[in-house]
Design a protein around this ligand. Structure first.
Ligand SMILES: C[S@@+](CC[C@H](N)C(=O)[O-])C[C@H]1O[C@@H](n2cnc3c(N)ncnc32)[C@H](O)[C@@H]1O
Length: 283
């Protein structure tokens, strides 16, 4: 069987962050295991079974990116796992789900997880999970959607119930969208959020400004920079509150302290890095 090709465009970033979760998963004392991430790398021919990713051998410049991103993906995974697990909700919506493996790794029986993303990445996930015989730990419903377009109809058609509270998550998404797209996205999420809903959303200050010219010229970094949209207004507190949410927030630096990990270089504000906020928005 030939090795499937890597997705291109922004879908490639879903492989990048899944690879970072796979590396954690295979570490000596992992903070979590992510079987979907592990088998995805093998499926794509990026590593062998039981072998952690070797960044210098990974295609598309993942090594430089991973150096700069440090444990950012691990920290946000831990933070949003806790947030979502503690919510008394039966429906979860992953906005820009990519290769998020929560439906295969968290003990969420009785919960329904709607995964919104573009067709190609959802199809890859389907193929990987089926080929590896992965068992779901929650009911998973993929929803093919462009989040910059009219996605609520597709979500409702799959059985999403707007009269019940929801746990929404937007991880690694807002940086790729433009201001007007984000305005519409937040308006729609708000319209579909019954009282008791929460939105876990990640927002960064402009990423390019936090890099030296040499760092920005790295293959993988320049690839990501070329995909960025204008993003939300920063600081985003007033914008989110203006959409009717009560905010609790942590910075990545605070999460690094909480979980005992080094502050990732790209987001080390004491050295001119970008600020990265993790909001728990409640209604
Ligand atoms: C960095 S990945 C993050 C994936 C996932 N949230 C995670 O943390 O593993 C970004 C994801 O956002 C998705 N995405 C970006 N823009 C999108 C859009 N307009 N509509 C749907 N999905 C989008 C990409 O396809 C990709 O899967």
């Amino acid at each position: 069987m030939s090795t499937p090709s890597l997705p291109d465009g922004v879908a490639w970033t879903a492989v990048l962050v899944a690879a970072q979760r796979a590396a954690e998963s295979m570490a000596a004392e992992p903070a979590f295991r992510d079987p979907l991430a592990e088998v995805t790398l093998v499926h794509l021919g990026l590593t062998r079974p039981g072998q952690a990713p070797r960044w210098d051998d990974m295609p598309g410049g993942m090594a430089g990116l991973t150096r700069l991103m440090g444990d950012m993906v691990i920290l946000r995974t831990l933070y949003n796992d806790r947030l979502l697990t503690d919510l008394p909700v039966e429906q979860i919506v992953l906005l820009g789900a990519g290769l998020d493996g929560r439906a295969y790794r968290l003990p969420w029986a009785g919960r329904r997880i709607f995964e919104l993303d573009r067709r190609a990445i959802l199809a890859l996930k389907e193929d990987v999970a089926r080929a590896a015989g992965l068992e779901q730990t929650a009911e998973r419903t993929p929803v093919v959607a462009d989040l910059a377009e009219d996605w609520p109809a597709a979500l409702l058609a799959e059985g999403f119930d707007p009269s019940r509270p929801t746990g929404w998550v937007a991880e690694g998404l807002t940086i790729f969208l433009n201001r007007a797209e984000l305005e519409l996205l937040l308006t729609r999420v708000g319209e579909l959020s019954a009282p008791g809903s929460h939105l876990g959303i990640e927002v960064a200050t402009p990423l390019r400004r936090a890099l030296s010219d040499a760092e920005a010229a790295d293959d993988g970094v320049s690839r990501v920079l070329s995909l960025l949209g204008s993003g939300p207004p920063t600081p985003p507190h007033d914008w989110l509150a203006g959409h009717g949410w009560r905010l609790a927030v942590r910075t990545l630096t605070e999460l690094a302290e909480q979980y005992g990990r080094p502050v990732p270089q790209w987001f080390d504000t004491s050295r001119g890095g970008a600020t990265l906020w993790y909001f728990d928005c409640a209604r």
